[in-house]
Design a protein around this ligand. Sequence first.
Ligand code: FES
Ligand code: FES
Length: 210
Amino acid sequence: MHDAEIIEAPPGGVSRRTFIKGVIAAGAAVSTSAYLFRGSQALAVPSAQGAVERLITLNVNGQQRRVDVLPHETLAMTLRYKLGLTGTKLGCDRAECGCCTVLVDGITRYSCSTLTHSVRGRAITTIEGLAPSDTQLHPVQQAVVDEGGFQCAFCAPGFIMSMVALTEANPSPTREEAAHALSGNLCRCGDYNKILNSAMRAAEYVRRRA
Ligand code: FES
Ligand code: FES
């Protein structure tokens, strides 16, 4: 896929580890102009007759964000193309791949299949909201960096959000339980063994933090 091809050629002088760390922290590196254009087009599709945007307030990463939203607009579209939170990826856009996974009140949700209006008043967390500061990663993000758990990392934000939900609910999962918790996320590079290693290390770091 086009996005993956671009990811394989990071800018000169940037190590793979640094590049992946950037993706894991905010996911910005894989937002190509073509990718953004695709999303903008989707938002520009004529809506049902008479449908108009409504100004609503969303609680995103602990901040109150005011945004104009169409009745049929998905949370993924709002996050990426109106709030600029491009760490949340769009792959299948039909609840199959999990790369759009965010947390709503701490529970994983496919943002491509969630209407934005339905999450008013709920606590939405995206990959950008995980790190406690600019100089420190969330334990799950740090585990992924330390394990080098992804190849192109397009799927990483979704997997990381699922790992966060898993380790919050069960900080001592078996490998089998981790695999089950991550079964709603797909990786096109097929890097599942390393992803599971990351999940197990993430649980270890979360236990250490507690
Ligand atoms: S983009 Fe949402 S599940 Fe694939
Ligand atoms: S899709 Fe490339 S690492 Fe998962």
